[in-house]
Design a protein around this ligand. Structure first.
Ligand code: GLA
Ligand code: ZN
Length: 668
């Protein structure tokens, strides 16, 4: 998708304001003032578009799209499947979702329909086809926004049948299912596919192969539904590209698969700012940006963000002045081609009436939030050269959703929490603090372009990852494997013969046991003195016990019966180096360790000089040069004169200091 401007705008619900023509009029004036160039319409408009079955009412939509277009504002047009009309639920109860306890839902809420139901599919096919015919060649419409935040699962009889067919396709015969799922355990052997039921709290949840396959099926069924929607929208020959808005750290779907059927990745971000240090929130959110970018290794869109405070977080703090801009520039710094908000005008009633918006209930443009948005709109217009530029990273973090499913369902050394996400963020931020770009990838992706790859808690080996790691290290790469890794296959069945599976020679060790620590407990790791490193770091949650073969110990445990045994190791293999981190160490360990490692792996930081705390650095490379972003997540001025910064200042005034939440952009 080739854009002329960074998209600025967001979700707009004119159907809520059809009785207020003066408001719709005013909105357009305000949007122009705020340099809004794009709005997303139609996510939840089904009952206005098709008020009774088969009767379509599109005039209002066409009129608003045309009026916006005349004012220089494009439309991202959504398919309405995120929420269905009441007439449909009443006439065709099969469209209503069935919960895992086998109760069918009543009409209400949203995002709660059966993706298998032939009737739901037929109804969305019809309306999407009509939408496609009417708007699929409209110059104002730049993107199809398919549904809204797909998620959840349905356990109705139709879905059960579809699941059985899916399993048949995957395994061929029932014996293969039984073997793969180890169903002889507790006498759970199946005789036929028809006997298999989806996981349920009143039935089966402990056959881990089944629970994993159910999640895979849910992804495939949702992706198939999305593809079905796209086909209908494009039936008229519409060439408009497609997206669907993904969510923060969402565990319900494997987004690799979703990304493969859409043209551009987009996602919705709602960080909880000001609850802890803002830089920590920024790292966590930055990791998600990188994850989304790496789904296609292409620029993505920030589809939704909140201009002020949300209404659904436990406490809704206002964003401090400057933070809205910082959050928006962060997206662009990580590869976004847009800054879009939820919502353009604050709704009057129902569940989101207190959710932040560009125009609030007061209805004027003389508000603090509006002013900041308008200012940002101006800044975004100044940097068209960023469009289409790419992020180059020599370092990757593996963060894999299927692995997360397995980790969280495994019933292992610590059912109070293994903290896979937290472990990934620890490594991620330690790398980012060194002033480098980082890719966040799944196990199915290619490793060969990186110098350093870090994989915390790679519990489940999938997609031939063990071979990829071996080849990567052998060929000269630096690889870091975390504790509790290489233990099970894709069905969550344990590997026999020692772990990390098929990599014991690469890492020069074998994990013999894993100790789960209570929340109030900790251990420590000590640098092996003759390496000149006498540092001590606290560790907690998990401690792998390691039996070394060719590996050398870099750190040893400080306590317990395994005191003095290896906790962190290094092994040369082929032309590369394989490191193993055996315990959940505190942040400072990763900060120090990766600092050294980047040096060893010959990864250059984006800037030279010591980076002050709370500063995030990113780069994007375009046809006209490299854009360097420096962001200050401290609520105070920071002196950055120690950094060597060459190039033209595109945004900001001073290369020696960053104001609170300020973003400097330098072009080289
Ligand atoms: C999600 C949805 C939006 C809205 C926002 C509120 O991202 O897609 O429709 O509900 O949350 O934060
Ligand atoms: Zn169903």
């Amino acid at each position: 998708m080739k854009l002329k401007k960074i998209l600025h705008g967001g979700d707009y619900n004119p159907e809520q304001w059809l009785d207020y023509p003066e408001i719709l009029e005013k909105d357009i004036t305000y949007f122009q003032l705020a340099k809004i160039n794009t709005v997303t319409i139609g996510m939840f408009s089904w009952s206005t578009l098709e008020p009774t079955e088969g009767v379509f009412q599109f005039e209002w939509l066409e009129e608003i799209i045309n009026r916006l277009y005349a004012a220089g504002i494009s439309t991202i047009l959504a398919s309405p499947s995120g929420a269905r009309p009441k007439w449909m639920a009443d006439r065709y109860p099969e469209v209503l979702r069935v919960r895992e306890d086998r109760t069918r839902l009543l009409f209400g809420g949203r995002h709660n329909h059966c993706y298998t139901s032939p009737i739901y599919r037929e109804k969305i096919e019809i309306i999407n086809r009509v939408l496609g015919e009417r708007f699929g060649h409209h110059p104002a419409v730049i993107l199809w926004h398919i549904s809204n935040e797909y998620g959840g699962d349905c356990h109705c009889p139709l879905c059960q049948e579809a699941f059985q067919a899916w399993l048949k396709n995957r395994y061929g015969c029932i014996e293969h299912v039984n073997r793969s799922w180890n169903t002889t355990f507790w006498s759970h052997t199946y005789q036929s596919f028809e006997q298999i039921e989806s996981p349920s709290s009143i039935g089966e949840t402990l056959v881990h192969g089944l629970t994993l396959d159910w999640k895979r099926f849910v992804t495939d069924q949702t992706v198939d539904f999305c593809a079905w929607e796209i086909k209908a929208l494009k039936a008229s020959g519409s060439a408009i590209p497609t997206t669907t808005n993904l969510m923060y750290d969402f565990v319900g779907l494997n987004y690799d698969k979703m990304a493969s059927i859409i043209d551009i990745v987009s996602w919705d971000t709602y960080p909880v700012w000001h609850k802890r240090e803002d830089i920590k929130v920024a790292w966590d959110n930055g990791m998600q940006h990188d994850y989304m970018r790496c789904l296609k290794h292409k620029p993505f869109l920030l589809m939704e963000s909140c201009p002020s405070s949300t209404n659904w977080q436990a406490v809704s703090r206002l964003k401090r002045p400057g933070l809205l801009k910082a959050q928006s520039w962060q997206a662009v710094a990580h590869g976004s081609e847009s800054v879009l908000y939820f919502q353009m005008r604050q709704s009057r009633g129902s569940s989101e009436k207190f959710h932040g918006a560009v125009v609030d209930h007061y209805g004027g443009c003389d508000t603090r939030v509006f002013r900041e948005i308008a200012q940002l709109g101006g800044e975004l217009e100044n940097l068209p050269g960023i469009l289409g530029s790419e992020t180059r990273a020599k370092v990757a973090l593996i963060y894999d959703i299927e692995n997360r499913w397995a980790v969280e369902g495994a019933q292992g050394p610590r059912n109070e929490g293994l903290y896979y996400h937290r472990a990934a963020v620890k490594s991620y931020q330690a790398l980012r603090k060194q002033g480098i770009n980082v890719d966040v990838i799944s196990m199915v992706q290619d490793l060969s372009k990186y110098k350093l790859v870090v994989a915390p808690m790679l519990y489940m080996f999938r997609a031939g990852i063990e071979e990829k790691i071996r080849t990567f290290v052998k060929g000269g790469g630096h690889f870091v494997l975390g504790y509790w890794s290489g233990i099970v296959d894709e069905n969550d069945s344990c590997f026999l013969g020692g772990t990390p599976y098929k990599l014991m020679d690469v890492f020069g060790l074998r994990r013999t046991e894993t100790d789960g620590l209570y929340a109030h407990e900790s251990n420590s790791i000590h640098g092996v003195a003759d390496l000149g490193d006498a540092s001590v770091y606290k560790t907690d949650t998990l401690c792998d016990l390691l039996d070394l073969n060719t590996a050398e110990a870099l750190y040893c445990y400080g306590e317990e019966f395994y005191q003095g045994t290896a906790a962190v190791t290094k092994n040369r293999f082929g032309s590369g180096v394989a490191y193993y981190i055996g315990s959940d160490a505190m942040q400072a360990f990763y900060d120090d360790f990766y600092g050294e490692l980047l040096h060893a792996a010959d990864v250059e930081p984006l800037v030279t000089g010591e980076i002050p705390k709370g500063i995030a650095i990113n780069s994007r490379e375009g046809a006209d040069g490299m854009y360097l972003f420096l962001q200050n997540y401290n609520n105070e001025v920071v002196d950055i004169s120690a950094l060597e910064l060459t190039g033209t200042l595109m945004q900001g005034e001073n290369k020696n200091r960053l104001d609170a939440y300020e973003t400097l952009i330098i072009k080289k």
